[in-house]
Design a protein around this ligand. Structure first.
Ligand code: FES
Length: 144
């Protein structure tokens, strides 16, 4: 990958027992396609208890929320050299965040893995396959 592409890529960084950082060309939309936020840096809640959805407000520390910083990369087919345009985060009503675009998911635990697959990230904090949604939001009545 060229230096320019490395610099411009969208990055998702998993934080152990904490939020997900997004860096790059990021846009957040609600479930109706309305733009809620455009930024180049977002700290995204994944414990489900923030009072500032979808952003992290550090509630995970107060509730002692636990999650490792790993991901099942089989859900993220690797991609080759690619243009890194906008990474769209679509918030499903009372459900996950759907990613559209190219990105690299990273953590100290898992290293770096690039993908452009439209995965669903858990927002309720209760998935047993974090950071991905496994449908548990329906069982716990997540609202957001
Ligand atoms: S949003 Fe958490 S399991 Fe779906």
């Amino acid at each position: 990958m060229s230096q320019q592409n490395q610099k411009n890529k969208n990055r998702i960084i998993l934080i152990e027992n904490g939020s997900i950082y997004f860096y790059g060309n990021i846009e957040v939309q609600d479930h109706e396609g309305n733009t809620l936020l455009k930024d180049n840096r977002i700290s995204f809640c994944r414990c489900g208890k923030t009072s500032d959805q979808p952003l992290c407000d550090n509630t995970h520390k107060e509730i002692d929320w636990k999650a490792d910083a790993n991901a099942d990369t089989s859900k993220m087919p690797p991609i080759e050299e690619t243009e890194h345009g906008k990474l769209l985060i679509k918030l499903m009503k009372n459900g996950p965040a759907i990613l559209e675009g190219s990105y690299t998911m990273e953590s100290a635990e898992m290293g770096e893995h690039s993908s452009s697959k439209g995965v669903a990230l858990c927002r309720c904090g209760a998935s047993s396959n974090k950071p991905f949604c496994d449908g548990t939001h329906n069982d716990i009545g997540f609202e957001g």
